[in-house]
Design a protein around this ligand. Structure first.
Ligand code: ZN
Length: 313
């Protein structure tokens, strides 16, 4: 099977399942296209693609395990060359994200792989759940924070779940980035798996899962061979029966628009708007999350200045 048949023609998706009478939550996802889109938009190096892709995938999996939230933000505030990673997801499988330094890089590690922990370094991992927007009732966000323990991202998500949410978990996040002869890199496979153990789960089942998980090949090796999220779960859970609750499409998707950019520009102070009109003959605004640039042309900006003069801005 070629790569085109296994991935490019198929949309990314995520499966949510339970085992052990609902006391074990299992989430798995194939995110090859999502990560490729993030890499394309931000022009990231191979190492940063792997770091950002793991964070995006981890955010999607973490979000799938939660019932109620409108927005989940994962922030890696780190002192390594990448400078920081942000991923944001909603409860419908949309995810977007960016890094502070897309061109950061590090030498390959001892295994000849992209060295994610070297570009991340040390720092903190923050997870914020916000809810209530859609019913006009903004609740106090829940925010958890843990120090970065590995910088490989997957282990950091597991540490966060154990320490901050008191949920022992197995987390596997993978992004397989390959280099073409030209030196240009591309995402061949990406995805992950998250298994969360709730209090009271059958110890024998937990031990059985720990055993199969420890022997599971890299998620990206399976995805490269055509595995879908359900196949990843079957491999990780072995003989343990599980019930699929939901399968949903996931993808890189930003909420920005020209209208939002224009509304933001129009809220700028009148004097500053006038100088932008005079000096730049317009304004441009780039979305951090997706790197899309919106250009407010001269006539549109002139109309904003006019409105602001009349006290309507
Ligand atoms: Zn955007």
């Amino acid at each position: 099977m070629t790569l085109d048949e296994t991935q490019n023609g198929r949309r990314d998706s995520l499966v949510r399942a339970t085992a052990a009478d609902g006391l074990i939550r299992c989430m798995s996802a194939v995110t090859t296209n999502t990560v490729a889109e993030a890499a394309r938009r931000h022009g990231t190096t191979g190492t940063v693609t792997a770091a950002l892709g793991r964070t995006l995938t981890g955010a999607l999996l973490l979000g799938a395990g939660q019932k109620e939230f409108d927005r989940l933000t994962v922030q890696v505030e780190c002192d390594g060359p990448v400078g920081g990673i942000t991923a944001e997801t909603n409860s419908h499988g949309r995810v977007r994200g960016y890094v502070r330094e897309p061109h950061a890089d590090a030498p390959l590690n001892a295994q000849g792989k992209f060295d994610v922990s070297a570009v991340v370094g040390g720092g903190m991992l923050y997870v914020t759940y916000e809810s209530g927007f859609d019913i006009g009732l903004y609740r106090e966000p829940y925010r958890g924070a843990v120090p970065i323990v590995s910088g490989e991202i997957g282990e950091d998500f597991a540490y966060y779940l154990a320490k901050s949410e008191q949920i022992p978990s197995a987390v596997m996040l993978g992004v397989l980035v390959r280099a073409r002869e030209s030196g240009e890199t591309f995402v061949e496979a990406a995805g992950g798996l998250m298994i969360q153990v709730m209090p009271g789960a059958d110890e024998k089942v937990v031990a059985a899962i720990e055993f199969t998980v420890s022997r599971t090949p890299h998620t990206t090796a399976l995805i490269r061979e055509g595995a879908r999220p359900l196949d990843l779960l079957r491999t990780a859970l072995g003989e343990v029966p599980f019930e699929v609750l939901e399968e949903r499409e996931v993808g890189f998707n930003c909420t920005c628009s020209y209208e939002r950019a224009a509304s933001l520009v129009s809220s700028i102070d009148g004097a500053e708007l006038e100088s932008m009109l005079k000096e730049d003959k317009g304004a441009s605004l780039t979305c951090h999350f997706c790197n899309e640039t919106y250009r407010i042309d001269e006539p549109s900006l002139a109309a904003m200045v006019e409105k602001s003069r009349n006290g309507l801005g």
